[in-house]
Design a protein around this ligand. Structure first.
Ligand code: IPE
Ligand code: IPE
Ligand code: MG
Length: 249
């Protein structure tokens, strides 16, 4: 079972997810190729890991590459994946110094072997670190994750059953337990940069009761102050989870 997350960490969200959008538009604005935006976006991501960790956030999910992003030009796709590899190779010292644990969410089977290998290595090398956990959502799609979870759950049940006793139906708990990182509590706050009001297949199951925060700024322009504002906005929300808050009706 995942740890219960009642959102109590003061008014600081325990788990923050970020849809890091707007790299292409940031570059276009400057007459640069889209790849320049991704390079700058990586720098922002590195800064934001530190900013989030300094603010006591326990889990930071970063949407790096979606299951739909393969539709982009081959050159852009390989550039992004190359940046990820470089990040994983170069930032291990930073992770070690700050005790940051690296995790992955998404479809590992669909990733090039060298990238998958680096991710596995980073996850393995940092698995005992007790600082903030950074979840890299890479080749991640919420629908894909749910389908993979359901298939794992069915396989598991069928493994233990015989003939007609085979699976009749799955519970929410079973689906939850076979998601990519079932030990991680659901996100409290999901931020999207670059002004789009959509979820683009990010944490569909886990974000059922997340608070959403949309920033107009492009991701490469994001700063610690922007994160501070998002957390401030979160702190003022009335999270009801379908119930009624005493004194507020
Ligand atoms: C987000 O920036 C990064 C990825 C999706 C990999 P975009 O590349 O989507 O930037 P825009 O939305 O085109 O500006
Ligand atoms: C979402 O951004 C994916 C990531 C940030 C990795 P997109 O740019 O792919 O989303 P859409 O196409 O605008 O919905
Ligand atoms: Mg985009």
């Amino acid at each position: 079972m995942p740890p219960e997350n009642d959102g109590t960490n003061g008014n600081i969200p325990v788990h923050v997810g970020i849809i890091m959008d707007g790299n292409g538009r940031w570059a276009k604005q400057r007459g640069l190729p889209r790849t320049a935006g991704h390079l700058e976006g990586l720098k922002t991501a590195k800064r934001m890991v530190k900013e989030a960790s300094d603010r006591g956030i326990k889990y930071l999910s970063l949407y790096v590459f979606s299951t739909e992003n393969w539709k982009r030009a081959a050159g852009e796709v390989s550039f992004i994946l190359g940046l990820v590899k470089q990040y994983l190779l170069k930032e291990m010292d930073f992770s070690r110094e700050n005790r940051i644990r690296v995790r992955h969410a998404g479809n590992m089977a669909g990733l090039p072997e060298d990238i998958a290998g680096e991710i596995r290595k980073a996850c393995e090398e940092t698995r005992d670190f007790t600082g903030m956990q950074v979840i890299l959502a890479l080749n991640y799609g919420g629908r894909d994750e749910i389908v993979r979870s359901v298939n794992r759950a069915i396989n598991e049940v069928n493994k233990n059953a015989e003939g007609s006793a085979r699976v009749q139906g799955l519970t929410e708990e079973a689906v939850r337990n076979f998601l990519d990182n079932p030990d991680i509590p659901d996100p409290d706050l999901v931020i999207r940069t670059a002004g789009e009001f959509r979820i683009s297949n990010f944490l569909l199951w886990e974000g059922a009761y997340a608070e959403y925060y949309i920033s107009p700024k492009f991701w490469p322009d994001w700063t610690g102050n922007d994160l501070e504002e998002a957390i401030g906005s979160y702190g003022k929300r009335d999270r009801r989870f379908g119930g009624v808050t005493e004194g507020k009706t």
